[in-house]
Design a binder for this molecule. Structure first.
Ligand code: O2Y
Ligand code: MN
Length: 600
């Protein structure tokens, strides 16, 4: 196909990659339904995709990855800033020239026997002030179809690139060239030691090699919308955060916009689509994973969701936990590493019912029986669903101006110590709460090893595109810029357990009770009690009506565990020391203040 652009910068880059990677052909993508259907048909033909039953799951497909390629690989993810000190202690660093030399050797001829797709896409509504235009080059048709759902793939983006001469180049290869006559594997990828997920923040450039999975390969998501965007935002005075965005509307019609940061697989998608149990209050979804936020003309902070779809964790998604996510993937969806049932539908663990017919084809592409006790779906298996298929999508989710944020929520998965909810004394205290958020690790990262507690500033540890200390300082700077219009900050923990392992808080829809208390605080409708860690609900203000919670369980959820916090404080100090002299003085002041309060 003739290139559908005359932009020299883009044509030169595509030609340079073609010369290096030597694909059999180059295809410029247009984001059309015809293109999606054609690629799916080709992948069904080669056996990479399974077409699901049209009556049960219209226009939907399942894929199984290679067992070695099932999640983001943090150990192979690099921030290749010019100076090592600019990558900071949370990132792997290699000198950019050295990394490019290494990767160029891998890229040489890597698309032999394959098609090179050129995907024009926008993160954020096309043409929005805060959106970014980008091009992903990939040799994976699976990536193309997922990008169709997760980003805005369109030739309109090429029109904007013609005008602005500006785009973010993202290069991806599965790293598995095909020799003449060689049959392709079902899920081509490279061994771990050849995988590189590389970011060059000073050049706004992404190079990914060797993995076809999720965040490693759909480069608009974690690579662009978080790692590269956070570096851009730090330079330009805006924010790119690992946050869901929701609208919470009161019975009187007052809207509150909440942005919440939780580490991977801690229930962001569930919270974003929550069904409120507080009478008259409703949640509408704006985004489930990433927020881009800029101060608006009125001095408030406005947020957009740069994505167009959800790449949600399948296991645990059920009519009970998240009916809206299930509805989002009822049709036009892609499933990766789930069970394909005998009647060609999908199933995963904790879907709320047993696998129909007792089994199917598991994520490793083998016959599988649920009775075997083995997991049928990979714990990090995913659905890719269109955001506009979510029944509770907010009517303004694509407003290019974004929505004004009232509340920031931080949190993590802590089975002990951290109470259900507390509020920051000030925005700076909130920045500290975000910087010292901690969680017990999950399945979304392949290679964290045996870690019991992970400090995870702003849930951004794997996604900060520059030094974490500078990143924290950027939060303080944003607070200064926003002044009294800065969002109010809260910290939640939905995951407390009793000593015998029982959940203390019902979670899911009942989390709306906690959100309602936050809104009441913003409105000045309720007072709070001052504790060593922050402001907490006065009994009776956080409605428990209709809930069957024992008084001692509620007391436990509302308790400030001073000894537990003293231990966390010691771990926190050791963690913060990693940021060296880049640790903002305001963080140290907050540590001292917390220590004094805990000892007071
Ligand atoms: O394992 C992957 O590649 C997906 S990771 C992911 C996907 C959607 C939303 N968030 C995440 C994450 O790791 O935070
Ligand atoms: Mn995420």
């Amino acid at each position: 196909m003739n290139a559908p652009t005359t932009n020299k910068k883009l044509l030169d880059w595509v030609a340079e990659i073609e010369t290096m990677c030597t694909p059999d052909q180059v295809v410029w993508c247009d984001g059309s339904t015809e293109e999606y259907d054609r690629l799916m048909a080709e992948m069904v033909e080669t056996g990479m995709a399974i077409k699901l039953d049209e009556a049960k799951r219209p226009n939907s497909y399942a894929f199984n990855s290679d067992p070695s390629d099932v999640a983001r690989v943090e150990s192979r993810t690099y921030i290749a800033s010019v100076k090592e000190e600019d990558a900071g202690p949370t990132n792997n660093w290699i000198d950019p020239n050295e990394l490019k030399e290494t990767m160029k050797k891998l890229y040489a001829g890597c698309m032999k026997g394959r098609t090179m797709y050129v995907i024009p896409f926008s993160m954020g509504p096309i043409g929005s002030d805060i959106a970014k235009n980008a091009i992903e080059i990939t040799d994976s048709p699976y990536v193309v179809v997922n990008m169709h759902i997760m980003a805005r793939v369109s030739t309109d983006v090429l029109g904007l690139i013609e005008k602005t001469d500006d785009f973010i180049p993202c290069l991806h290869s599965v790293g598995a060239p095909l020799e003449e006559g060689q049959t392709d594997s079902r899920w081509p990828c490279a061994p771990l030691e050849d995988k590189y997920i590389a970011h060059f923040p000073e050049e706004n450039l992404i190079w990914s090699y060797g993995s076809g999975y999720g965040g490693n390969a759909l480069l608009g998501k974690k690579c662009l919308a978080l790692r590269i965007a956070s570096a851009m935002a730090g330079r330009e005075g805006w924010m790119a955060e690992h946050m869901l965005i929701l609208r919470f509307t009161s019975p009187e019609g007052k809207q509150y916009h909440i942005a919440a940061a939780f580490p991977s697989a801690c229930g962001k998608t569930n919270l974003a689509m929550l069904q409120s149990t507080v009478p008259g209050w409703k949640v509408e979804t704006i985004g489930d994973d990433i927020a881009w936020m800029k101060p608006g003309a009125d001095g408030r902070l406005y947020a957009i969701n740069p994505e167009a779809g959800f790449f949600g964790v399948a296991p645990g998604t059920s009519e009970n936990s998240n009916p809206m996510a299930l509805a989002s993937c009822a049709s036009d969806a892609i499933f990766t590493n789930v069970v394909v049932t005998a009647d060609k539908d999908v199933w995963w663990e904790d879907m709320g019912y047993d696998c129909p017919n007792g089994g199917g084809i598991d994520w490793k592409n083998n016959e599988w029986a649920q009775a075997s006790g083995e997991k049928g779906a990979h714990p990090n298996s995913r659905f890719t669903a269109r955001a506009d298929h979510c029944p509770v999508i907010c009517p303004d989710w694509e407003d290019p101006a974004g929505v004004p944020i009232d509340i920031f929520v931080f949190g993590g998965k802590r089975t002990s110590t951290v109470p259900l909810v507390h509020e920051a004394f000030s925005f700076d205290h909130g920045v500290f709460m975000g910087a010292t958020a901690s969680s017990e690790p999950t399945a979304a990262a392949l290679d964290l090893g045996n870690v019991s507690l992970r400090f995870d500033p702003y849930a951004m540890t794997p996604f900060m595109g520059y030094h974490g200390g500078d990143y924290m300082q950027h939060w303080f700077d944003m607070g200064e810029k926003l002044g009294d219009k800065a969002p109010r900050c809260f910290y939640v923990n939905w995951f407390r357990k009793t000593d015998d392992g029982k959940w203390l808080w019902p979670g899911f829809g009942d989390n709306s009770r906690v959100l309602k208390w936050m809104c009441d605080r913003v409105e000045g409708k309720v007072e709070a009690r001052e504790t060593a860690i922050g402001l907490m609900p006065i009994d009776g203000d956080l409605t428990l009506e209709g809930l069957d919670i024992a008084a001692e369980d509620w007391a436990e959820l509302m308790k400030v565990d001073i000894d537990g916090y003293k231990k966390t404080l010691a771990d926190m100090k050791a963690y913060l020391a990693k940021f060296g002299d880049k640790l903002p003085a305001k963080i140290s002041e907050q540590v001292d203040a917390l220590e004094a309060r805990l000892n007071g």
